[in-house]
Design a binder for this molecule. Sequence first.
Ligand code: TYC
Length: 115
Amino acid sequence: MATTPKQPDLTPRLPGGGDAVVLERRRQRVQPPKMYQVVLLNDDFTPMEFVVHVLQEVFHKDRETATQIMLKVHVHGRGVCGVYTRDIAHTKVEQVTQQARAAGHPLQCVAEPIE
Ligand code: TYC
């Protein structure tokens, strides 16, 4: 009696004898976080030196960069101090506002979502 030729068994096997698990490639699901720019606003009363100090302390700018940002705000009305994730941006706004009020200055700082 003729036997049907057997097809080779191509099932992936593990060394232990169990069937191998084949994982399907999934689309990446983690999105980059929404980013926020922290913006300083100009006013007529906060001393330039105080703004430079805040830019160095809160945003870790060197003195030259801090001075450039301060002058940009002074001339154009606003300037970006940095771009951060939401909580860090809002913490920086709080730090600037708290330091300004403690020193009696009206300096305004806001966080704005980008894109
Ligand atoms: N315009 C202020 C002055 O002439 C200086 C200043 C700069 C204030 C930047 C706020 O965000 C500011 N003393």
